[in-house]
Design a protein. Structure first.
Length: 296
């Protein structure tokens, strides 16, 4: 199958001063990248994905400039079969930019293959083990991010019945991890990551709980996540629920390279005991993780 591709608007080599035009785009978008509107991606025959026409966005070109990408016609894209064993794989429908040729191209990559890559994510794909049809995939189209600053919104709820968890560290709490979608970190941009538990109860033992936020490079397993910020869970007595939240605000180093990250949120105890989340039926999702681009 031929890889879908097209010309970079305002960046066509030989027709314009491409670098200057890309600088103009970078200036008027204030360095932001993202889609103007969410993509529409559907399963086609076999392992084919259909990227419906009408998508439009601004993508990074790797030299601190940006270009406009998009297509008016439907594009078939070849996806990847599922892994033979293990866990489902996270893939990305990705738009590459090729500024020297003044073109873009769309293909399916694993999350790990997007590391250090220039362009724009168009959809996120969960590929089950042994999947050989696109209809077996879970496809989450990338949301509009060019003006909207919310990069990721994910939720998690757990059914622990009358039992509870006994995790006493960030690493152990990987078993109840809430993960974000893959987020593109641009040099010099500020970001805010917020993890909320709508209610959590210490059942027995320790009253010293923690809620935290960490991150990993896209494509790494969740047990590679590095803890970046924690806050105490305000329990006074056992068997009384309390809401908890943790916020991590940071600037991606202006001299660093662009990087794709996945953020994680977790809850744990400092000492031995048991804890559990509030019923999801009472509060909606038990855990909510958001990632925002808050400017430069």
């Amino acid at each position: 199958m031929t890889t879908p591709s097209g010309k970079l608007a305002w960046g066509q080599a030989g027709s314009y001063d491409a670098v200057d035009d890309r600088l103009v785009i970078t200036a008027v978008t204030r360095g932001r990248i993202g889609l103007v509107a969410p993509t529409v991606v559907e399963a086609g025959a076999g392992l084919t994905l259909i990227l419906r026409g009408g998508w439009l966005g601004v993508a990074t070109c790797g030299d601190r400039t940006s270009a406009v990408v998009g297509a008016r016609e439907d594009l078939p894209v070849q996806a990847l079969a599922g892994p033979p064993t293990g866990q489902p794989r996270q893939d990305v429908l990705w738009c590459d930019t090729n500024p020297d040729e003044g073109t873009w191209s769309v293909s399916v990559l694993t999350e790990g293959q997007t590391f250090g890559r220039f362009g724009l994510p168009l959809a996120y794909i969960t590929v089950p083990v042994n999947a050989n049809l696109a209809s077996q995939f879970t496809i989450i189209p990338a949301d509009a991010q060019l003006e909207r600053r919310l990069l990721s919104y994910t939720t998690q709820s757990f059914d622990v019945g009358l039992g509870g968890w006994n995790y006493t560290s960030w690493g152990q709490a990987n078993g109840i991890n809430t993960a974000s979608l893959m987020c593109v970190m641009e040099p010099g941009q500020w970001y805010r990551v917020r993890f909320d538990s709508h209610g959590c109860t210490s059942i027995e033992g320790s009253l010293q709980g923690r809620i935290g936020v960490g991150y990993r490079t896209a494509g790494q397993p969740s047990d590679a996540s590095q803890l970046m910020r924690t806050r105490a869970i305000p329990w006074a007595v056992t068997n009384r629920e309390a809401p908890a939240s943790c916020e991590y605000v940071f600037r991606h180093d202006p001299s660093a390279q662009r990087v794709n990250r996945v953020f994680d949120g977790r809850l744990w105890l400092l000492f031995a005991g048991l804890y559990r989340p509030t019923s999801a039926a009472q509060t909606g999702p038990q855990c909510v993780l958001t990632v925002e681009d808050i400017g430069s």
